[in-house]
Design a binder for this molecule. Structure first.
Ligand SMILES: [Fe+2]
Length: 189
């Protein structure tokens, strides 16, 4: 029986997400990661290594920031085509050893955030994201772990809840992350 009224199926809202691969990463990985000061006592926190408070919260850029932006130039340019005025002020690095994790959090009301998976072996898991709204039938908040591998970068809304699950592999998990805001010129034109 043909329905008398047909409406195009559409989402009222969607959660935008972009995943890109950095093909050069394996060629530069060793040199790039060796430039990080892994022994910095300010970064070796009780629960994992992070230079977030060493640089980012002080409004500074870590020494590798511009090299990271050059490395990620392709994905950043692609993202900027869809998001004019996108601007990255600084970045940070985190390293998780066995059994370390990062609890559920957001990056605030900023715009977008990104995670670059610099070391993510087969036994590692990418970031786990949580739906901003409950499932209509169950009322539960859905979780999703996107299919990312080492050398991938994922862009997601900075307000989206996410976490790094407890790390179960012997090899460290290393990520670089940053927030993306819109330049005032783009917002107010
Ligand atoms: Fe995060």
């Amino acid at each position: 029986m043909i329905p008398t009224f047909v409406s195009l199926q559409a989402d009222l809202f969607r959660l935008p997400c972009l995943i890109c691969h950095v093909p050069d990463w394996q060629n530069v990985k060793r040199d790039f990661l060796s430039s990080i000061n892994w022994d910095d006592p300010d970064c070796n926190l009780e629960h994992f290594y992070s230079d977030y408070h060493r640089y980012f919260t002080r409004g500074e850029q870590p020494p590798y920031h511009m090299d990271l932006m050059d490395l990620l130039r392709g994905p950043l340019d692609f993202f900027a085509q869809e998001n004019p005025g996108a601007q990255v002020m600084s970045s940070w690095c985190q390293r998780y050893s066995a059994n370390q994790m990062h609890p559920v959090h957001t990056h605030g009301v900023i715009g977008y955030s990104a995670v670059f998976y610099a070391q993510l072996g087969r036994a590692h898991k990418p970031t786990c994201f949580f739906s901003p709204f409950p499932d209509p039938w169950s009322g539960f908040i859905d979780e999703k772990i996107p299919k990312c591998e080492e050398g991938d970068i994922i862009f997601f809304p900075s307000q989206c809840l996410h976490q790094s699950l407890p790390h179960a592999a012997a090899e460290d998990r290393i990520i670089f992350s940053f927030n993306i805001m819109q330049s005032p010129e783009s917002i107010y034109v």
